[in-house]
Ligand binder design. Structure first.
Ligand SMILES: O=C1O[C@H](COP(=O)(O)O)[C@@H](O)[C@H](O)[C@H]1O
Length: 241
């Protein structure tokens, strides 16, 4: 299991999105067979998603092979602007030739968070073809993550019992930060079953929490592991001079 960090610092959020898009396409190009990507919500990945609808990135992706999942979701109605799915559809999935069966959405309300989590775990197990994660065969090819101002990632919030869950792939979780709506999140073991993880964080408001993460603070985003290195796509404002 890798905890190696690779830092990639760009001039600004637009340059960061270009770097992350180059990396995303190159990562998937090196793999054969069906591909699994877990998307995150948040402001920074939106720019990456928009890049992937345009060349040169778009023509570098074989959309028939890519399956799209989410690392976490807000359990609100499907048309609620707080849905991570809605953001990814609007920025990316509505504009590219994705077979509908390749989009694996976490259920919206009125499904309860626990039912949504159980159904998503079953969906992931069906896709993976087993009930147990094999460290030699990661579930995801790419896992995209963000870091909140409190150090949370996906919907794994500091101090919450969800951080200790090892026997589930997907759970319902309580928010520790706005928006205070019920959430569903992958657990640490499911996130760790990724060939490559990329965190995206831009802007000066991320600097205080990134300073803590890189100083080794006990925060969810600092505890992510993966089969391969953990890439951090950042901009200069987020790291300071
Ligand atoms: O609530 C969430 O926040 C994190 C971080 O988002 P950001 O806008 O501060 O970058 C995000 O990664 C997660 O998917 C989302 O549900």
């Amino acid at each position: 299991m890798s905890t190696e960090r690779i830092l990639d610092v760009s001039a600004d959020a637009d340059a960061l999105a270009n770097r992350a898009a180059d990396w995303f396409v190159a990562e998937l190009a090196s793999r054969s067979g069906p591909l699994a990507v877990a998307l995150s919500g948040g402001s920074t990945p939106k720019r990456l998603y928009e890049r992937l609808t345009r060349d040169p990135w778009r023509s570098g992706l074989d959309f028939s092979r890519i399956h799209w999942f989410w690392g976490d979701e807000r359990i609100v109605p499907a048309d609620d602007a707080r849905r991570n799915t809605l953001m990814a559809e609007t920025a990316l999935l509505d504009h590219v030739p994705v077979p509908p069966e390749n989009i694996h959405v976490i259920a919206a309300s009125p499904t309860t968070p626990e039912d949504a989590a159980l159904a998503y775990e079953a969906e992931l197990k069906r896709f993976y073809g087993a009930d147990t994660l094999d460290p030699e065969r990661p579930l995801f090819d790419i896992m995209l993550l963000g870091v909140g101002s409190d150090g949370h990632t996906a919907s794994l919030f500091p101090g919450k019992p969800s951080l200790a869950v090892r026997n589930r792939w997907v759970i319902s979780s309580e928010p520790g930060l706005d928006p205070f709506v019920p959430r569903v999140t992958l657990t640490f073991p499911a996130i760790a079953s990724s060939r490559a993880v990329a965190f995206l964080a831009a802007g000066a408001d991320k600097k205080p929490i990134l300073d803590k993460v890189f100083a080794g603070a006990d925060l969810p985003s600092a505890h992510v592991t993966a089969a391969g290195p953990i890439h951090w796509f950042l901009d200069k404002a987020a790291v300071g001079e």
